[in-house]
Write a protein that binds this ligand. Structure first.
Ligand code: HEM
Length: 410
C-alpha cells in the first residue's frame, strides 16, 4: 500500500506483493478505508471480520453494477478489473434476481451431489500422483502445475462437459484476466481471448448437448420464459469455471507448502491427532485463495460508526482473505499456520447470499489431493526449504505462483 498524489487515498497494490501486510495496515485504520484501485476507481476497503460479515448480509450492499453503481460510466475502457467486476453473470446480481439464478445451479453443488464426484476426483488424483511418483529420485517438479492445476481443471471441466481440446486454452484465458497489473490494451486483448474461447465452448455444447452443468444453463428456465441471453451465458460459464478452478488450485498448493514447511503439523496428521480437514480449514484461514472479488456497491447510505459513512452508490471492496487473520477474531498468533488450533473460523468462501457454491467441492478436491499425495509420497520435500515461493501477481487471488517440490528424494 502506498500514498497516492491524485486521490490522497492509499493505493491498493495491483500486484498484490504483500496482500496480508496491506490488509493488516488497512484493518488498523478503521471499519472501512477509502482506497484507490487501478482505474483509478475509489472504493471502501473492508478488512475486519465483523464488518465483512455484517456487510455481506446487509441488503444495502449489492453486487449489481448496472443498478447500483452510477460511477461505472466513468471507468476507462480496458479497466483491469472489468473481467470480474463487469462480468454478466449471477455473481454480479442482487436480491430476487440473484436468488433465482443461483437456485438453478445450486442443486448440482449440494453435499450429496458433490460426494458422488469422489471416485472420479480420486481417479484423477491417482493418475497425477502416480506420474509424480514415477519421476526419477531427486528430480524437482512444480506441484502447482503438475497436480493442483490439472486436478481442479479436470474436475471443473468434467462438471461443465468441456471437451479436451478446449481445456488448456480456457484455463490460460482465465489465468490471463486474473492478473491485475496489466495495461488497458492488454486487458482488452485478454478479455476478447476469453470471450472467444467461451463462445467456442458454447457453440460446441449447442452442437453436442449433454447432461452436464452447461446443459442445465442452456435449458430454457420454464415454459414460456426466455432462455438465458448469450452474454449472460458466457459470463456465467466464465465465472463458474474461473471460480472453481483458480481458487482450488491455490488452496491445494498453499496447503502442501504449509505442511512441508511445518513438519510438526504433517506429523500430527500422520499420527491422526488432527485430520486433513483441520489442515484445509487452517489453510483457508491463513492463506484464503481469494483476497478481493470486486466489487460491491452501497444501495443506500451505510453508517459503520467510528466516523465512517459509506455514501449511496460508493463501491466497496471486501478483503475475504483478511477476515481469517483478524486479531479481533483470532487473538492468538493470527498470522501463524497452526492446524491444531481450536477455532479456525474464516470467510474464505464468503458469507451470506453469495456464499461460495463450490465450497463442498473445493474441500473434497483438496482433501483428496492432500491424502493421495502424502500417502503415496511419504518422502515428499520442498526443493528449496526455507525459501518462500513467489506469489501470484494479483490483488484478487492469493497463492504461490509455483511450488517446487521433490516427489522422491534420493
Ligand atoms: C478453495 C476454493 C474456493 C474459494 C476460496 C472460493 C471463494 C469464493 C468466494 C470468496 C466467493 C464469494 C464472492 C462474493 O461474495 O463476492 C465465492 C463465490 C462463488 N464460488 Fe467459490 N471458491 C472456491 C471454489 C469454488 C468452486 C470449486 C466452485 C464451483 C465449481 C465455486 C463457485 C462459486 C460460485 C458459483 C460463487 C458465486 C455464488 C453467488 O454469487 O451466489 N467456488 N467463492
Amino acid at each position: 500500500m502506498s500514498s497516492s498524489s491524485v486521490s490522497k487515498c492509499p493505493i491498493l497494490d495491483p500486484t498484490g506483493s504483500d496482500l496480508h501486510g496491506e490488509a493488516a495496515a488497512l484493518r488498523a485504520r478503521g471499519p472501512a478505508v477509502r482506497v484507490e484501485l487501478p482505474g483509478p476507481v475509489l472504493a471502501w476497503s473492508v478488512t475486519r471480520h465483523s464488518v465483512i460479515q455484517a456487510l455481506l448480509t446487509d441488503p444495502r450492499v449489492s453486487r449489481d453494477f448496472r443498478r447500483h453503481w452510477p460511477g461505472r460510466s466513468e471507468v476507462p475502457e480496458g479497466w483491469v478489473l472489468a473481467g470480474i467486476a463487469f462480468q454478466e453473470s449471477f455473481f454480479n446480481s442482487y436480491g430476487a434476481e440473484h436468488h433465482k439464478a443461483r437456485g438453478r445451479l445450486a442443486p448440482a453443488f449440494s453435499p450429496r451431489r458433490v460426494e458422488r464426484l469422489r471416485p472420479q476426483v480420486q481417479a484423477t488424483a491417482d493418475l497425477l500422483v502416480d506420474a509424480l511418483a514415477a519421476r526419477p529420485p531427486g528430480t524437482s517438479v512444480d506441484l502447482r502445475r503438475e497436480l493442483s492445476l490439472p486436478l481442479t481443471m479436470t474436475v471443473i471441466c468434467d462438471l461443465f462437459g468441456v471437451p479436451d481440446h478446449l481445456r488448456a486454452p480456457i484455463g490460460s484465458a482465465i489465468d490471463g484476466i486474473l492478473e491485475s497489473a496489466l495495461g488497458p490494451e492488454e486487458m482488452v486483448v485478454r478479455l476478447t481471448e476469453l470471450n472467444d474461447r467461451l463462445t467456442q465452448l458454447l457453440r460446441y455444447k449447442q452442437e453436442h448437448p449433454a447432461d452436464d452443468l452447461t446443459g442445465d444453463l442452456l435449458l430454457a428456465d420454464r415454459p414460456g420464459e426466455e432462455p438465458m441471453p448469450e452474454p449472460e451465458l458466457l459470463g456465467t460459464m466464465s465465472a463458474m469455471i474461473g471460480a472453481g478452478y483458480e481458487t482450488s488450485v491455490n488452496v491445494i498448493t498453499s496447503a502442501v507448502h504449509a505442511l512441508l514447511a511445518h513438519p510438526e503439523s504433517l506429523a500430527a496428521v500422520r499420527d491422526k491427532a488432527i485430520g486433513w480437514r483441520d489442515v484445509i480449514e487452517e489453510t483457508l484461514r491463513v492463506q484464503a485463495p481469494v483476497m478481493h472479488m470486486p466489487l460491491r456497491y452501497a444501495v443506500a447510505e451505510i453508517d459503520l460508526g467510528e466516523g465512517v459513512v459509506i455514501a449511496e452508490g460508493d463501491p466497496i471492496i471486501i478483503g475475504f482473505a483478511a477476515a481469517g487473520r483478524d486479531p479481533a477474531l483470532h487473538p492468538d498468533r493470527p498470522d501463524e499456520f497452526d492446524p491444531t488450533r481450536a477455532s479456525k473460523e474464516h470467510l474464505a468462501f464468503g458469507y451470506g447470499p453469495h456464499f461460495c457454491l463450490g465450497a463442498h467441492l473445493a474441500r473434497l478436491e483438496t482433501e483428496i489431493a492432500l491424502s493421495t499425495l502424502f500417502e503415496r509420497l511419504p518422502g515428499l520435500a520442498l526443493a528449496r526449504p526455507g525459501q518462500e515461493p513467489a506469489r501470484l501477481a494479483s490483488m484478487m487471488v492469493n497463492g504461490p505462483a509455483a511450488l517446487e517440490v521433490v516427489p522422491t528424494p534420493v
